[in-house]
Design a protein around this ligand. Structure first.
Ligand SMILES: Nc1nc2c(c(=O)[nH]1)N[C@H]1C(S)=C(S)[C@@H](COP(=O)(O)OP(=O)(O)OC[C@H]3O[C@@H](n4cnc5c(=O)[nH]c(N)nc54)[C@H](O)[C@@H]3O)O[C@H]1N2
Ligand SMILES: Nc1nc2c(c(=O)[nH]1)N[C@H]1C(S)=C(S)[C@@H](COP(=O)(O)OP(=O)(O)OC[C@H]3O[C@@H](n4cnc5c(=O)[nH]c(N)nc54)[C@H](O)[C@@H]3O)O[C@H]1N2
Ligand code: SF4
Ligand SMILES: [Mo]
Length: 739
């Protein structure tokens, strides 16, 4: 153990000790967290995307001095993208929140100590609850903190503080996949392992741009020795589409019709795996009947893809030996995303492409711990992928956590959009936002901003005090970030990987875990969590909570075991004794519904909620811009190296034909306008978007002023990727308008 690192840890714990002493009227509060100090080089998983690359952090003289991608880690095999390489740099920024800040009557946020911050938080929240009842408080959490912290937050808020409504930013991202899988498979379970990228002979990417959003997964595709066919279904000619063997530049939101036509064609050509369908699925006949009207001609008309091309691709899928389907936000972020995701699942099921190497209906997740959030955030699901409305589930959780089952709500809380609308309806008065930047990333931003303004009390817990959301807070709580705390993340292939503490959080900032501990104490519910003194304690509870669930990982002894194995994928049961490095689901053809069979789910396609018209003649697509930008840029914007790798100000990609049509030149500041707002952006004329469409990356603050709040009815995921807009040159009269 390195002495220097010990000091860092002590320093961190010193802060906690004094904060907890304060909390306890000057006395210590039971056992302090044990320090698990890494060696000179330690491996941990990256804190940006869901790929979950292993990074070797090298330590010297009291701090992490460098980092290299881990060559032995089964995910990335020695590779990392620019964000991973720069992960330590972004911790050092000047705008890190180093102490709590409270909004004073003057309107200014001013530094206060932890004691004052905690007293104010609890006083304000309790008085709101007393005055307006149990529906009046809510929290919004994240897919970017360790699972242990998520579980603590969800338990503290719902079982300890009596907060009924809580949701995560994963609603913006993964809710559609969650619902699609649950309905089809009986549990939210992406079935694949990354080795499948290398084992397919046909890979179909739908609404996914892994070259930019999951560069190391894409590297795995490039290692595929089978010279695979790669099909990309995306309205834009993305970096991934350019590398594909077939690009289908589909009209936005026409996926459902296209996929149904492909499924109909598979039946027509006799390419259905009838044995698999009969033994392992339900409702295929109903689905086949539903497909009757989805002719190739109809699909051509709706999607813009020639009938011949659709037939060719269906044949390629039907005749392929090992076909895998991969989807991301082009599918999930849609007003009919759940049914599109299920149309993909249906094709995998009817061709028997599931459970075998190189196959699968595979939703790629987004954030580093989206999968942890899906199982353990206690928002949509009760801990461990359970159901709040099931009494037996509540009792199991209560028994494991040793709490009174009546503390567990017997109803589902509101989704993100319902929480925002709850503010509009004067129901929600106090909100606690943890590790997400709502004011930038939520749909129809102007409304979201107004709603946060309307609250009686807004608490924002973030690494930086400068985020757009922190700027609206009444109280900012300074959080440690990745690299400054311990715990685990679950990556896209269900691999649980370790995090390490290799740097000290600045000033008075603390790990979210310790902030939750403090909140519990000031709220007066800390005895409920008296056994959780350290993330490792929570991990033990999580393991128990997973027992006999599809995500059972009772075989994982502890953090050391994760270290020794390069992370471990669930399921990993104690009795399994299996030491495979790759694990995929459904190898025995059994799904999680009681009868073991998967379901075909389908619906009629719906029209786009806001189609282009005379006034707003273009469709706005949004998404990831470069591999060096992360979301709202609070982190990646802090690295001088990353900043060199992407445009600093907002730009809009426009087809040359639309440039001519609207008399817009390349590289000029122009106006982009929707029914909600107008913004300025620099024009970028290109053939990567088609005429009638424009693209703006989500990383620039103003983009969501344009988007329109439509949601999938089953998943309540926002439809970020299609609304109607107009573009034009700046008029001199625009100068004084709000933009
Ligand atoms: N560099 C970087 N990487 C990231 C992130 C980041 O911010 N930066 N974020 C992470 C997160 S949280 C996520 S969720 C993932 C997202 O990863 P992706 O989903 O791959 O990224 P996006 O660019 O949001 O969307 C993918 C594609 O959907 C297409 N699309 C839009 N509308 C439609 C449609 O109607 N049909 C089809 N078929 N396609 C459509 C868009 O043109 C876009 O190219 O990335 C993760 N990785
Ligand atoms: N138009 C449009 N909008 C979109 C999308 C799109 O494609 N188009 N994509 C959507 C998707 S898929 C997603 S996932 C969301 C992402 O949207 P956000 O979640 O709002 O984006 P981030 O910038 O990742 O915000 C995370 C915040 O957590 C803070 N943070 C990081 N680590 C920690 C920590 O350990 N503790 C604490 N307390 N704070 C921490 C960061 O500083 C940052 O402020 O955006 C959505 N919005
Ligand atoms: S691909 Fe994702 S997990 Fe890997 S280094 Fe880049 S951001 Fe980190
Ligand atoms: Mo996401």
């Amino acid at each position: 153990m390195i002495k220097a690192v010990k000091n860092i840890v002590r320093q961190h714990e010193g802060k906690l000790t004094s904060a907890l002493r304060l909390a306890n009227g000057g006395h210590g509060l039971g056992r302090l967290p044990e320090a698990r100090v890494p060696d000179a080089t330690t491996t941990m998983v990256c804190g940006f995307c869901s790929t979950g690359c292993g990074l070797n952090v090298h330590l010297k003289d009291q701090r992490a001095v460098g980092m290299t991608p881990a060559t032995e880690y089964p995910v990335n095999l020695g590779m990392a993208c620019p964000k991973g390489w720069e992960a330590l740099e972004v911790l050092k920024a000047d705008d890190r929140a180093t102490q709590p800040y409270l909004r004073k009557p003057s309107g200014k946020l001013e530094p206060v100590d932890w004691d004052r911050a905690m007293r104010t938080f609890v006083d304000e929240f309790k008085s709101i609850q007393a005055k307006h009842g149990p529906d009046s408080l809510a929290f919004i959490s994240t897919g970017q903190i360790p699972t242990e912290e998520m579980a603590f937050l969800g338990s503290l808020a719902k079982f300890g503080m009596g907060i009924r409504h809580g949701d995560g930013n994963t609603r913006q991202c993964m809710a559609t996949s969650v619902v699609a899988y649950k309905q089809a498979f009986g549990f939210d379970a992406p079935p694949y392992t990354y080795a499948d990228f290398e084992a397919s002979d046909v890979l179909v990417f739908i609404g996914a741009n892994p070259c930019i959003a999951h560069p190391i997964m894409w590297e795995r595709v490039l290692r595929n020795p089978n010279d695979p066919r790669i099909v990309v279904i995306d309205p834009r000619k993305t970096e991934t589409a350019i590398a594909a063997s077939n690009h289908l530049p589909i009209n936005p939101k026409s996926d459902l019709t296209l996929l149904y036509a492909m499924a109909r064609e598979l039946i027509g050509q006799g390419l259905v795996d009838e044995e698999f369908v009969r033994s392992h699925t339900h409702d295929f006949d109903l689905f086949a009947a539903h497909l009757e009207t989805f002719t190739l001609e109809r699909a051509e008309e709706v999607s813009g893809i020639p009938a011949d091309e659709i037939r060719r691709i269906a044949e390629m899928i039907g005749r392929g030996e090992r076909v895998s389907f991969w989807w991301t936000m082009g599918v999930n972020q849609s007003y009919e995303g759940v049914r599109v995701a299920q149309a993909i699942i249906n094709i995998a099921l009817m061709t028997g492409n599931i459970g075998q190497p190189g196959t699968g209906a595979n939703s790629i997740t987004g954030q580093c711990n989206a999968m942890g959030s899906r199982l353990f955030s206690n928002t949509t699901n009760l801990l461990g992928g359970r159901d709040f409305t099931h009494e037996s589930d509540r009792q199991t959780v209560a028994d494991i956590l040793n709490i009174d089952a009546r503390r567990i709500p017997d109803q589902n809380g509101w989704a993100y959009d319902q929480i925002i609308e709850g503010i509009a309806l004067d129901k929600i008065k106090g909100l606690w936002i943890i590790a997400t930047n709502t004011v930038h990333s939520w749909i129809n931003q102007k409304h979201a901003r107004a709603m946060l303004d309307k609250l009686d009390f807004l608490v924002v817990q973030d690494m930086y005090h400068s985020t757009e959301t922190a700027a609206q807070a009444d109280l900012v709580l300074p959080a440690a970030g990745w690299g400054e705390k311990e715990g685990t993340f679950i990556n896209s292939e269900r691999r649980i990987g370790p995090l390490k503490r290799v740097a000290a959080p600045p000033g008075q900032a603390m790990a979210d875990f310790h902030i939750f501990k403090l909140v519990a104490h000031y709220w007066g519910c800390d005895e409920l969590f008296s056994e959780w003194n350290d993330p490792a304690d929570v991990f033990e509870s999580l393991r128990e909570l997973s027992r006999n669930q599809p995500c059972d990982f009772t075989g994982i002894g502890g953090y050391e075991m994760l270290d020794q194995n390069g992370g471990i994928q669930w399921p990993y049961r104690s009795e399994s004794g299996d030491d495979a490095q790759e694990r995929r689901l459904f190898e025995d053809g059994r799904f999680y519904h009681a009868d073991g069979k998967a379901r075909f789910c389908f619906d009629q396609p719906k029209p786009m909620p806001e189609p282009p018209d005379m006034k707003y003649p273009l469709v706005l697509l949004t998404g990831r811009g470069t591999a060096s930008q992360w979301h709202t840029q609070t982190r990646t914007g802090k690295s001088a190296i990353l900043r060199k790798l992407y445009p600093q100000s907002i730009y809009v990609e426009i087809n040359h034909a639309d440039g001519e049509r609207f008399e817009i030149e390349h590289g000029k500041t122009i106006i982009v306008e929707s029914r909600r707002h107008r913004i300025r952006a620099k024009s970028f004329l290109t053939n990567t978007v088609r005429p009638g469409q424009i693209f703006i990356p989500m990383h620039y603050e103003t983009v969501n002023r344009l988007t329109r709040a439509d949601f999938d009815p089953y998943s309540r995921q926002p439809s970020y990727k299609a609304c109607a807009v107009a573009i034009r040159n700046v008029h001199y009269t625009d100068v004084d308008e709000e933009e």
